[in-house]
Write a protein that binds this ligand. Structure first.
Ligand code: GLV
Ligand code: GLV
Length: 355
């Protein structure tokens, strides 16, 4: 192979390897047991010559790594994630490295996990499972594990991009929930879908669902019964959900986070869970992964899973798109401008990265 491409982790399937080989790449896969590679570990992997790297969201791709990578001839870095908060795109630009992510391929799987967490929290599935296994079930009772009926309640979506919109569709269509969403940009396709669905329900003699685009995030927090977070993580969304915003939510609300941990102030969340036993959360991501803030693991009103939203085997249409953020479909939603420009685009075919 003319180009040396490293994958910092073994990844599912073999097609990506074949695609790289077809493009004259020699592919090296790091099989080190250590779960999270440090900057030093990756610099050692890169060595003296390395053209491309496929990395993971757990790695800190900043100034230090990009400068070492560029010294080794590095030209393309692909993050196996839709979120690229672990990548300093400006540093990549400075060193002429093209950056790719994987939008599109994990939309449905992530939305499905957010929906699962929503329903599990509403119906107290995990608590009930623990109760059963502990041998505590001694007969049916009318008030055993009473949860929330989703039908007719309001689902609130913060960040109505690909994933947020897919989640909204699932909750509206699956459970006939009303929708309130907040996004900087109008989610036209989502609005059209809910409007058409409301008409369908009406035509069939059922109570139609309603929807609205909130003029502020706080409006969603105040009005929704189930709130799911789907923003990107950057300076503007760090601790978006803090003590003050938690206090705006209904006492019996459900909060779901399958985006990035730091979007929620986890210490404030633990306090809120302690003070409001009827408030429930479903979390796939944490502020200091892989750790949880003290007290979270003891909260019966929290469901916690280890960042598994993208971890599903179902067939997806097409193949993961390793693309420059500049080239991907509109980011937050179809009306949003593309994310931070990354002018150092290398035609990804040059490096054999599948396009
Ligand atoms: C997973 O967290 C991703 O961003 O793809
Ligand atoms: C409950 O199990 C019922 O039959 O209503």
């Amino acid at each position: 192979g003319k180009y040396r491409v490293i994958s910092t982790k073994p990844m599912p399937g073999t097609r990506w390897i074949n695609l790289l080989i077809e493009q004259d790449c020699r592919v090296e896969i790091c099989t080190q047991k250590k779960t999270i590679l440090s900057v030093e570990d990756i610099i050692a992997l890169i060595g003296d010559k390395c053209d491309g790297v496929i990395g993971q969201l757990t790695e800190d791709w900043g100034e230090v790594l990009f400068s070492a990578f560029s010294r080794a001839g590095g030209r393309a870095f692909s993050n196996m994630a839709v979120g690229y908060n672990n990548v300093d795109v400006n540093a990549a630009n400075k060193y002429g490295v093209a950056v790719g992510n994987t939008p599109g391929v994990l939309t449905e799987t992530t939305a499905e996990l957010a929906a699962s967490l929503s329903v599990s929290a509403a119906r107290r599935i995990v608590e009930a499972d623990e109760f059963m296994r502990a041998g505590l079930y001694d007969g049916w009772l009318p008030h055993l594990f009473v949860g929330n009926l989703l039908k007719g309640q309001t689902v609130g979506v913060i960040g109505a991009g690909r994933i947020g919109s897919a989640y909204a569709r699932m909750m509206v269509e699956g459970f006939k929930m009303n929708l309130i969403y907040y996004d900087l940009y109008q989610a036209t396709r989502l609005e059209k879908f809910v409007t058409a669905y409301a008409e369908f329900l009406k035509a069939n003699g059922e109570q139609p669902v309603t929807w609205k685009r909130a003029s502020s995030m706080d409006e969603v927090l105040r009005e929704a019964d189930v709130i799911s977070l789907h923003p990107i993580l950057d300076k503007t969304t760090y601790h978006l959900i803090n003590k003050e915003r938690l206090s705006m939510m209904k006492k019996e609300a459900i909060l779901v986070n399958c985006s990035r941990g730091p979007v929620v102030d986890e210490v404030a969340l633990v306090e809120h869970l302690k003070e409001n036993p009827m408030f429930r959360v479903g979390l796939d991501v944490f502020e200091d992964e892989p750790y949880m803030k003290p007290g979270l693991a003891d909260m019966k009103n929290a469901i916690v899973v280890p960042h598994i939203a993208s971890a599903s085997k179902g067939k997806i249409k097409g193949y993961p798109v390793w693309s420059n953020p500049n080239l991907v479909e509109p980011f937050l939603n179809e009306n949003a401008p593309p994310p931070a420009a990354c002018p150092s685009i290398v035609n990804s075919k040059v490096l054999g990265l599948p396009v």
